[in-house]
Every structure is written in C-alpha cells, then in structure tokens.
Design a protein around this ligand. Structure first.
Ligand code: TXA
Ligand code: MG
Length: 347
C-alpha cells in the first residue's frame, strides 16, 4: 500500500482536503490523524473489514477493543445505551476532550471493535483536524493510537511514519499533539464510575463534577488483571531496558550516575531521562530532558518522544527518575511504569 502524507494546520484547515480524507475513511480506508492526546489510526467503525485492517496494521491483539470517535453528541445514542446522569454531566463538562467513556453498546457496533465485550468506548476529540475529518467521514471512526502495538504512542507525524508508513492510505501531519498521553478511560456502566486508564482528565477533575470515582484495582496492584484489556499488555516500551528510580532526588541522581558508569564500562549504551533541574547533575553521554520538574503538562507532552529518542540512539539501558503522581502525574507514572515493565527501584 502506498501512503500519502498530507500536512494540515489546525488554525487554517483546508476543507477540500478534509472532504477527500473523509471519503477515504467512509469507503473503508485507513487514515492516521492527530488528536489532542496522541495520533490515532482511524477506520470506519461500522465497517468490519476496515476494523480488521487496523488490527493488522498495528499488529494488535484482537481482544483489545477500540475507541469509537464521534464529532457530535447527538450521535451518541446510536451506538451507546443506558446513558446515565453521571455520564451526561461528564460529557457536558469534558467533551470535546481527552475523556473516553465506556457504555453498554448498541447493535450497530461490530463485535470486532469491542473485542467480544458488550460495551463500547466512545469519545469526541477536541482537535479540530480530527473533528472535521470525522464530520466529513459521516460515520463514526474507530481509532486506536497510531503506533505498532507495544511501542510508545505517537505524538508527532514522524512517529506515525516510523511505525505505519505504507500500512495506511493517508497520514495527516498536523504537528505535535498537545497533551501527549492518551485519553482517560472511564467506565460509566457501574453505579460508581471506575477509571480504567488515567489520562489528561484527572480523578479530581472528574470528582468535582460527579462525586466519588473509583480507580481500577489493577492500576494500584500490578498483580491484578486490568478491566481494560489494553492495560494488561506491556506497552509504550522502548527497545532498551528502562528502570525507574524513586526516592530523595539527590540520592536518585547519585545512584543513577553510579549505574551509568557501571553499564558504560561494560560496553553498553546508556541513556538518562532527566528534568531540566536534574539534567546538569547527571554524568551520561545521552541525556534526554523531559521538562521542568513542576511542569507536569510539559513532562506528559514529551514522555513518548523521549522514549522514542532512546530507540533512535540505540540505547540499551535507560534510567529515569520517578515523577510526581499529582494531577496528570498519575498518567505519566502509569505510562512510564508500563514502559519499564514495572521495574522500579526505591532508594
Ligand atoms: O487518546 C486516546 O484515547 C487515543 C486517541 C487516538 O483517541 N486512542 C487510544 O486508543 O489510546 P487505544 O486503542 O490505544 O487505547 C484504547 C484503550 C485500551 O486500553 C482499550 O483496552 C480500552 O481503551 N478500551 C476500549 N474499549 C473498551 C471497553 N469496551 N471496555 C474497556 N476498555 C476499553
Ligand atoms: Mg494505544
């Protein structure tokens, strides 16, 4: 398959091009496009064959369901049922935006999307390119992150090109994504909603709107099987071995410097993920600065790019300090720990 790359600018959208892209989607093609979270690989959610092509292109296990993206809340009841008051309040507050809700599904949703579950994940993205593409497709769009399964999610078109060139019909280059981590996934089918995947819309933001919210036990106890199928796979992982180190910052830096020296002596290439503040204290050839210590949004936006850079530089061992779990920090640490296969050392 030959991939065509189109550049689009969110502030000055070429509607003729959007119409063309929408048509390719409606007719069963695969299109990768930016959202405010990460790039997605989209297909017509009502076309079973197109859905299977997404799984093939990504090498994704078939039991891992996809998120259906819509552009208008009025279309929701075609695909979701038993929409309760909490869900309505949340949609009112956070849509369009990085919140995915799990509902009971209607018959219109093909089984291939929902991995055999009786539920469906739905969100309205806020990125204008994404919204217009979905609108012009005139069908709901199933879109997982546009990476090969298991690799860090793409936050720039070049990441999508690395993973999916010649596996999709179109890649839309709309620049870097704002948030950089995938949407929060919230199951609203229970009396008390449950966060299955932390993201840009945080627990406290949700609680301000609807009161008590639970967190899927597996997010806290890594031994348990997650309720969201996608969360059970090793994910977001760079090729090198990543180790997260937590504890007093000065001690963490010293310990990482010790390990870097050891591994470099053994002939490995070693990388360190640093904040702007700690970067000057590390002694390592490959230091990637992820952002300012207190700027969690910046850290979130850079995480996947930094992990991919480690791959570009063929790093064997990557060390990262742990980050704050406050607000979007919960999502940052969730992705970082998954990338590390849960290897964390506390000193
Ligand atoms: O920000 C995002 O959500 C991006 C952009 C492209 O919208 N999409 C994304 O999709 O991250 P994906 O497929 O990479 O992750 C979807 C997550 C997976 O963990 C999947 O298991 C979960 O949502 N999921 C989907 N449908 C579900 C369902 N019915 N029940 C429970 N979890 C579900
Ligand atoms: Mg994904």
């Amino acid at each position: 398959m030959n991939t065509v790359i189109y550049k689009l600018n969110e502030t000055n959208i070429d509607m003729d091009l959007i119409k063309k892209i929408g048509l390719v989607l409606r007719e069963g093609g695969l299109v990768a496009f930016p959202t405010e979270t990460v790039y997605g690989i989209g297909a017509n959610a009502l076309n079973g064959e197109a859905i299977l092509n997404i799984y093939k292109a990504k090498g994704r296990p078939s039991d891992n369901p996809l998120i259906v993206h819509i552009d208008d809340i009025n279309h929701l009841s075609k695909y979701a049922k038993e929409i309760n008051e909490d869900a309505k309040k949340l949609m009112n507050e956070f849509w369009p935006g990085p919140l995915t809700l799990i509902f009971k599904k209607t018959k219109l949703i093909p089984d291939t999307i929902s991995g055999g579950l009786d539920t469906v994940a739905i969100r309205i993205p806020s990125n204008k390119i994404a919204r217009y593409i979905i609108k012009e497709a005139k069908v709901p769009i199933a879109a997982p992150s546009a990476n090969i399964s298991g690799r860090p999610s793409p936050t720039a078109a070049k990441h999508v090109i690395e993973d999916l060139y010649n596996k999709v019909d179109i890649i839309v280059d709309g620049g870097n994504t704002n948030i950089g981590l995938e949407s929060t996934v919230l199951d609203v089918t229970d009396a008390i909603p449950v966060i299955l995947r932390p993201g840009g819309v945080t627990k406290s933001m949700i609680e301000k709107v609807i009161g008590k919210v639970n967190i899927d036990d597996s997010l806290i106890n890594k031994e348990l099987v997650p309720k969201s199928p996608g969360m059970k796979y090793k994910h977001y992982a760079p090729k090198g071995s990543l180790i997260v180190v937590s504890g007093d910052e000065e001690k963490v830096v010293n310990k990482i410097n010790e390990w870097v020296k050891e591994k470099e002596k053994e002939g490995y290439s070693v990388g360190v993920i640093a904040t702007t503040e700690t970067s000057k204290h590390y002694k390592c050839k490959n230091i990637e600065i992820i952002g300012d210590k207190h700027n969690h949004n910046q850290i979130a936006a850079n995480l996947f790019n930094v992990l991919r850079k480690m791959d570009e530089n063929n790093i064997d061992y990557i060390y990262s300090q742990a980050f704050s779990e406050e607000d979007i920090g919960m999502a940052i640490m969730n992705r970082l720990m998954k990338a590390a296969g849960n290897k964390k050392i506390t000193i």
